[in-house]
Design a protein around this ligand. Structure first.
Ligand code: SF4
Length: 384
């Protein structure tokens, strides 16, 4: 039986919850970390019993939360546990999400020794006023220092940057891009700030205490970011992602190529043999359940060929090269015209999609409405 070669691990701990964050995590509850490690041990053991052997993997992604919020010994325990259950191939991409504060030399050394070879740093901005609005716990100076020290140890460093922050202007965004371009980075992700329901930012917006950036300014920041990063040697390969040379994020490409993956930890969703299984999003419930030795799964969905094809289109469109209609038809044994012909024609006529041969991709206008296009392709209309 064929198994995925990609693993995601969700580490749901942070120093403090930022006002815009709706991820599965707990803040200031570090006492729960040992119980989470025990839960991980049990979840990985259950996986091992299911697959019956130690599988090779070519990508491992530790995300969160802030995985580097763990104590060094806890990080060691986690990485050794993952080595016990998976054989990392010689060229495996092993990524960890990190925040600049607390990223001391010892922690970086231990991560490098244990095989981590890619760091994704949540820098967000080099403007302290913007970092303050975002309620981040680091400053631009701390971020710069962390990048320099990480660059001495890791060949592959990515930064996350945010635009469209209340009060942020075009100069501030440009300054952040310029500072980022001065570091030896291989990868940059740029995200527009979203005010998700349930976050304190969303509540503050409803009370009139916080005003989201004007749409026109946000659009200008996104497009100027693309132009700037391309001029500085980064390839715009995905809606929000830019890479130098061969440093595209191989783990995230698994998602965008609609390939399958294992996932462990609270709220993590795996996709194996056409089945999407999402763990309980409540950290406390996940811990309690595994504490009793019982798996904690919230949703299980078996996708049929049409659903898998729609997902592959939706995810493939995030890539700048788009997707090949011929590949999707042969991979899922479906007729794309019958499945989504009317939607594809309509999106093309409205200037959001373009087609060359069997390759379909977002236009520049489509990039700005990528989420809308994606949701249309998840529930498409058939062609005549
Ligand atoms: S550091 Fe990142 S994961 Fe943690 S609360 Fe802030 S935005 Fe969320």
């Amino acid at each position: 039986m064929q198994w995925p070669q990609a693993v995601y691990v969700h580490v749901p701990f942070c120093l403090r919850r930022c006002g815009y964050c709706d991820f599965t995590l707990v803040a200031r509850r570090d006492k729960l970390i040992p119980a989470w490690l025990d839960g991980m041990r049990r979840e990985l053991q259950q996986h091992r019993e299911l697959v019956g052997r130690k599988l090779p993997i070519s990508t491992l992604f530790l995300g969160g939360g802030t995985p580097t919020h763990l104590q060094v010994e806890q990080l060691q325990e986690l990485l050794l546990l993952l080595r016990e259950h998976f054989h990392w191939t010689a060229d495996a991409e092993v990524s960890i999400e990190a925040n600049p504060d607390g990223l001391d030399d010892h922690r970086l050394d231990v991560l490098a020794e244990l095989g981590v070879n890619r760091i994704s740093l949540g820098v967000q901005s080099f403007d302290d006023a913007v970092l303050n609005v975002l309620e981040r716990t680091h400053t631009a100076a701390i971020a710069s220092d962390a990048i320099r020290r990480a660059a001495q140890r890791f060949p592959n460093i990515s930064l996350d940057l945010i635009f469209g922050v209340p009060g942020q202007n075009a100069e501030s965004w440009y300054g952040t891009l310029q500072q980022a371009a001065g570091f030896p980075l291989t990868h940059i992700s740029t995200y527009g700030l979203t005010l998700e329901q349930g976050t304190s930012f969303h509540r503050r917006e409803r009370r009139g205490e916080l005003h989201r950036a004007a749409e026109e300014l946000e659009r200008e920041m996104y497009l100027s970011g693309i132009e700037f990063l391309q001029q500085h040697g980064f390839e715009h390969y995905e809606v929000s992602n830019f890479a130098r040379d061969s440093f595209r994020c191989r783990h995230n490409l698994v998602y965008w190529n609609a390939d399958e993956y294992f996932a462990f930890g609270p709220g993590a969703a795996s996709y194996i043999h056409g089945v999407r299984r999402t763990n309980c999003r409540s950290v406390v419930r996940w811990l309690k359940s595994w504490g009793d030795g019982v798996p904690c799964v919230e949703d299980t969905e078996q996708l049929d060929a049409a659903q898998r094809a729609c997902e592959a289109m939706m995810l493939g469109l995030r890539l700048r090269r788009g997707f090949s209609s011929a590949d999707i038809e042969s991979r899922f044994e479906i007729n794309l015209h019958e499945l989504a012909g009317a939607t594809l024609v309509r999106l093309t006529r409205s200037g959001l999609l373009e087609q060359q041969g069997s390759q379909i991709r977002l236009t520049r206008e489509g990039l700005l409405l990528a989420d809308t296009v994606a949701s249309e392709l998840l529930n498409p209309e058939a062609g005549d």
